[in-house]
Design a protein around this ligand. Structure first.
Ligand code: CTP
Ligand code: CA
Length: 224
């Protein structure tokens, strides 16, 4: 393979990247999940490595392999991701929370496979909120650590994707937010991506579209 030279502007930087989507079990055979493939996070890891960073990757149900060269930890649930992130975060210069973390988990996980109730047309599940890892990271961050969040938004009546992203970064308190528009046929599992990078005040720093690798490089420029 051809080695493409690149700027070594992240040499010595320790970067923690999360990617993929967590799954919350309902019973031994079922879960609540999401459509995140982990491709954008893996692209970030590849490019960060190439720019000289020391990369630790926490992956949840990745559809693509994490690059060799990262320290990889695989997790499944949001709770496992939280444990891994909180254990590894202290020594990091940069934390990038690109993973899609389940907002809720089943209040009770059934020991046995749930059976259909033949007398009812409905199933009622009680879900409880998971901790917000990004908010916890920001609240307790070591001085000088930089924290980047991700937000996938569809927009909603009366609120644009940008407005939702600006509200989100204000609520989360992270240093940067990578915002992308998603939909039924947009943003998941694809090779290309379109993102906007916001700073902590909600101002637009950059807008990028292209392959997930090109987007990764532009996003990493934020730290340079
Ligand atoms: N995130 C997290 N822990 C959670 C949920 C989300 O750390 N329990 C992180 C994600 O990794 C991402 C950022 O928060 O970096 C934004 O996630 P998102 O789902 O867009 O935000 P939420 O606050 O969960 O809001 P929403 O109601 O839009 O899902
Ligand atoms: Ca969420």
């Amino acid at each position: 393979s051809v080695v493409v030279p690149s700027v070594q502007d992240l040499v010595g930087k320790r970067i923690l990247i999360t990617g993929g989507g967590t799954r919350e079990p309902l019973d031994p055979v079922r879960f609540i999940g999401n459509r995140s493939s982990g491709k954008q996070a893996v692209a970030l890891a590849e490019r960060a490595l190439r720019r000289g960073a020391n990369v630790t990757f926490i992956g949840a149900h990745l559809e693509v392999a994490a690059p060799s060269g990262v320290t990889l930890q695989e997790v499944s649930t949001a709770a496992e991701m939280q444990d891994a992130v909180m254990r590894l975060r202290n020594s990091m210069d940069i934390v990038i929370m690109a993973a899609a973390v389940s907002d809720f988990r089943a209040e009770d996980v059934s020991e046995n496979k749930l059976k259909k109730d033949v007398t009812s047309e409905h199933l009622h599940l009680t879900l409880v909120k998971n901790p917000d890892i990004l908010v916890e990271l920001v609240k307790t961050k070591p001085q000088s650590q930089i924290i980047m969040g991700f937000a996938a938004e569809t927009g909603e009546p009366g609120k644009s994707v940008l407005e939702l992203g600006q509200a989100k970064i204000a609520r989360k308190g992270c240093d940067f937010l990578v915002l992308n528009q998603v939909g039924w046929d947009q943003g998941f599992g694809t090779e290309r991506n379109v993102v906007t990078v916001l700073d902590s005040t909600g101002d637009i720093l950059s807008e990028v579209s292209g392959s997930k690798l090109a987007v990764a490089d532009k996003v990493l420029d934020t730290f340079a």
